[in-house]
Write a protein that binds this ligand. Structure first.
Ligand SMILES: [Zn+2]
Length: 273
């Protein structure tokens, strides 16, 4: 009975939130990582996007207009990491705020040890506080241009923070669910993550010691050395956008993410770590 009701509700939402083929194809076209999806995966992603749009609320900030194209571009990338998981990984929050321009400026206040309040202007590129709206800069979403190998992905980054935050904190330890992650243990997770994170921080340290400029940047954005939560978000981007590079540098980490997201962006190539 409940199952029949759930099926009926799902069908109704899929009809209500359906969108034209043309808009769907245009939303996916600039991002080459969608090319590796099979026809069946693309169809499932599209359904997931409809259900996602039914559940979430998009808002434009600073005069930015959220068109169908903007919605689909964001929703398609947001749903990629949960394609073989569940929409429930994005539960407990509702709004997505999109603004034009590269960065949204906010005024922040900090109190120093002497109790003096300092004000300063800060930029948020995309900020994902647990429970609050997810904020995205349209310009950083569209940084990836056709014909160029994308280096990062702002949408996957922020949504990875949301998955991570489901455990109560964004600390690089997303929940391991009974339904999807049987056989994965917290201890294995921590060991693999910790090893890769330490290696990566050492690499960034060597790169900084050499005087940053003029030397080749580490494969993964040095920002990922900030903390374990940022590391998880950044390596999730790399996993979906440049999987072969992640596999080449940190094969165990690639395998860990493949098991977590239940996807093989490298196909059979990535299975021997
Ligand atoms: Zn982040």
């Amino acid at each position: 009975m409940f199952e029949a009701l759930a099926r009926w509700r799902r069908r109704r939402l899929l009809e209500k939130y359906a969108f034209p083929d043309k808009d769907w194809d245009e939303a996916l076209a600039p991002f080459r990582f969608f090319d590796r999806l099979s026809g069946e995966e693309r169809r499932r992603l599209r359904e997931l996007v409809s259900l996602f749009c039914a559940e979430k609320e998009f808002a434009g900030a600073g005069g930015f207009e959220v068109t169908l194209r903007v919605q689909l571009t964001i929703a398609a990338q947001a749903c990629l990491p949960i394609l073989n998981l569940d929409l429930a990984f994005y539960r407990d929050w509702r709004s997505i705020v999109v603004y034009g321009g590269e960065a949204l400026k906010v005024r922040r206040e900090v109190m120093d040890d002497a109790g003096v309040v300092h004000q300063y202007e800060d930029e948020i590129v995309g900020e994902a506080g647990v429970g609050g709206p997810l904020v995205l800069a349209w310009q950083s979403v569209m940084e990836e241009l056709p014909g160029e190998e994308p280096v990062c992905n702002a949408v996957i980054h922020e949504f990875a923070h949301r998955i991570d935050g489901l455990s109560g904190e964004t600390n690089g330890a997303p929940p391991l669910t009974r339904k999807f992650h049987a056989g994965m243990t917290r201890a294995d997770w921590q060991a693999t993550m910790r090893y890769a994170y330490d290696e990566f921080c050492a690499e960034v340290g060597r790169w900084e010691a050499r005087g940053e400029r003029g030397h080749e940047m580490p494969l993964i954005d040095p920002y990922a050395a900030e903390d374990a939560g940022e590391f998880f978000a950044v390596v999730s981007e790399v996993f979906f956008v440049r999987p072969s590079e992640l596999h080449g540098r940190f094969p165990e980490l690639y395998r860990l993410l493949a098991r977590y997201y239940r996807q093989e962006p490298l196909g059979s190539e990535g299975q021997g770590a």
